[in-house]
Design a protein around this ligand. Sequence first.
Ligand code: AMP
Ligand code: ZN
Length: 493
Amino acid sequence: MLKLYNTLTKNLKEFVPLNPPNVGMYICGPTVYDYFHIGNARTFIMADIIRRYLEFKGFNVKYVMNLTDIDDKIIKKSNEEKIPASEVAHKYSEAFIEDLKRLKIKPATLYPRATEHINEMLKMIKALVENGAAYNIDGNVFYNVSSFNGYGKLSGKNIEDLESGARVEVMEEKKNSLDFALWKKAKEGEPFWKSEWGNGRPGWHIECSAMSCKHLGETFDIHAGGNDLIFPHHENEIAQSEASNKKPFAKYWMHFGFLNINKEKMSKSLGNFFTAREVLAKYSAEAIRLFFAQAHYRGPVDFSDEHLDAAEKGLEKLKNLKSTIESAISKNNTGGINPDFDFQSFEERYVQAMDEDFNTPQAIAVIFDFVREANRTIADKENLNVTFYFAVKDFLIKTAENILGIISFNEMDIKQGTILESKVEQILTEYDTTLDVNKPKNVNEIINRLIAIRLSAKKEKKYQLADEIRKRLEDIGIILKDTKEGTDFIIRN
Ligand code: AMP
Ligand code: ZN
């Protein structure tokens, strides 16, 4: 039985979708004004793992992630770079989708864009004005927070406390300090859309209410996002959606803990961030995913190179077992021994962990126990039947590849591997003049040969040559890392 923690009810309960086996899941996506950082990536990766696990459980998940493509930050960037806001949004939307792919995040069913849903937003705003939940002051339309009884039910905040805590500020012309904009009157030089309240653009919160309703219905299963969105963004979404549709909004609310750096939230505004691209240039997607999945999605995580180095090292164990399996399968020993190996109990332990509010750290512990046990069996018995290796592979594909995305057996990778092999082989022929009897047999061996050539170049003080080899490898996605023990490499995805 799958249980999940619901921020709305504040308890851990069985997951019962509204219309099984279908599940509608909405996750707040990025504002596309820049490359996203590795903190955002944590939220997107953990949500991806949850979605994949729901699919493993047999649910048919419609996964919707919006792109906020009109916003103050986009307008600011457009003014700075002197290009239209739509171009800024287009550029960073493309980069976003590209980075998700590199992080091995399964594409969403849909990526709705705010600017393509203005009509839906206007309709919702109109319904709110008509039923007294919103008011227009000179072309700005605000949501009247005190009109909604359930305001605060998600965040646990209380309107009176919030109001007394709010500083007396210059509040445009709002009636109440907590009221928020549904429609913002156009300012000089800003992009705008026509509406019955005049030219303007939507507020951020109404975007998610309108897009989730359009693509998943007025009531749907899961709404997710980072912890920072609980208040006010998600609280406001509930108020808008329930007041206009007169129906409950999302049934389950899931929130992801922050990625911190030196105990502080990683964020654009604090400047303490690394983009996902920067991190992907140093570490593999699998290591990044393993690092995140080693912590529970609701708790905080501290970012550091040491943690990622450790994840990369941990992955070696999985990759080594994968190579062993692949070479044994290619030998296809249909005779040999069928060892006693309790695959079922490993799978049960894995499912038990994931069923308990997606306990990925525990699930990973099960995978590494499995790897240890499989290695022990392989070491103990030399002559194993190939079906054993197939079963080991199936377990890893099911648990580590299809759900966690921390290893890759699939054919696409094999093809990419072949392309990489031919590219790296080409480089080797250019730098290795002695190549004869001991021809390296696979990508790893070829790269190691090039590393050795680079090392002797360094010893002979031929630094230009050494740098050239490093650069050539980098160009095809192989990153060399010099450590005290020698030179390691990472194959970038
Ligand atoms: P933003 O572009 O800031 O709206 O963020 C996009 C998504 O990433 C939202 O779901 C945020 O809650 C989430 N997010 C932002 N910063 C972090 C962080 N440091 N750790 C985890 N998630 C974050
Ligand atoms: Zn949202």
